[in-house]
Design a protein around this ligand. Structure first.
Ligand code: DGY
Length: 323
């Protein structure tokens, strides 16, 4: 008999085909709205596999409601929505989707760097508001990206891909991570710095860390206060790494000078969010991995992980030691 699985969202076709070929699929059939908690608990009960998104909380309550569960396949590289120790304690395998979204997310980090530094969104809004007067020397001046210093906080795959892209921009590269990485240094020429040193030195600061108890609230008024007054701050990681109210105040005070933000403390944000009122902040709705090809690869990898575990094979990309 095919194992029963619950999907918390309809996925791109290749993933749906793979899952339907191996499993009895039940799903929350709304591509845009997350399954409400009761629907998730109901779907998980009796399921051997769960395919989740970052909006689905997998905790002890859910695991208790799902005694047959063997695998939670998260369609994201981040898995802060999942209580991994609670899964391990019950022998439930957790998988994520590393690797397949690296380049797409690094592209977005660069889009935000460039847009914030060169005031792209502010410029468009100026035109839309009918405020574009005659050309003048200091109209809409921003800061240069070429030749600037770039510091990446978090030296995983995405951080490395952000640094690699700098080679055409003649930048000085720095990185901060829990541990120094000789491989990253050899591949990119980036130099290791403590977090404070990096913040003091670098004009562009890009956050690519996972959200963990150690990184929650890592950036606040003190850290923004260390930055240069021409700094551009970019977060493509997780919103709660930044104390958002303190970012708002710091941007109002002009240090950092500008920011590009893909992720927020509480998502989704509405049009009245204070960051949107700041001309020096470019905000986008958590779209780091949002290309057709990448989202399809993420869904397919999550499906492959789920099918592998239910067939008794090792998962392709587990987030913890299993067995
Ligand atoms: C992730 O994968 O963790 C992103 O935030 C969504 O792509």
């Amino acid at each position: 008999m095919a194992p029963k699985i619950f999907l918390t969202r309809r996925l791109p076709e290749p993933a749906m085909r793979l899952l339907s070929a191996h499993c009895e699929v039940d799903l929350w059939d709304d591509a845009e709205r997350p399954a409400p908690r009761e629907a998730l608990l109901r779907g998980a009960a009796g399921a051997a596999g769960l395919l989740t998104l970052l909006t689905d909380r997998v905790d002890a309550e859910l695991l208790d409601a799902a005694p047959d569960l063997k695998v939670v396949a998260n369609m994201a590289v981040g898995y802060d929505n999942i209580d991994v120790p609670a899964c391990s304690a019950r022998g439930v395998v957790v998988t994520n989707t590393p690797g397949v979204l690296t380049e797409t997310t690094a592209d977005l980090a660069w889009a935000l760097m460039l847009a914030a530094a060169r005031r792209i969104v502010e410029g468009q809004k100026l035109i839309e508001a009918g405020g574009w007067g005659p050309w003048h020397p200091m109209q809409m001046v921003g800061v240069d990206v070429y030749g600037a210093s770039l510091g990446v906080v978090g030296a995983g795959r995405i951080g490395a891909a952000v640094l690699r892209r700098a080679s055409g921009f003649g930048m000085e590269l720095r990185y901060h991570n829990r541990n120094a990485s000789p491989e990253l240094e050899a591949a990119t020429g980036a130099l290791y710095r403590s977090l404070d040193e990096l913040l003091v030195e670098c004009q562009f600061v890009v956050v690519t860390l996972p959200l963990t108890p150690e990184t929650r609230g890592l950036f606040g008024a003190r850290e923004f206060g260390l930055m240069r007054d021409d700094a551009v701050f970019v977060n493509v990681a997780r919103g709660p790494i930044v104390r958002e109210a303190e970012l708002v105040e710091s941007l109002r005070a002009g240090r950092p000078r500008a920011a590009g933000i893909d992720v927020f403390e509480r998502e989704p944000i509405g049009p009245d969010h204070p960051l949107l009122a700041l001309p020096n902040c470019v905000a986008v709705p958590h779209i780091g991995s949002a290309s057709v090809a990448t989202r399809t690869r993420m869904a397919t990898l999550a499906a492959e992980n789920l099918v592998a575990v239910l067939a008794g094979r090792p998962p392709l990309t587990p987030v913890h030691a299993v067995g």
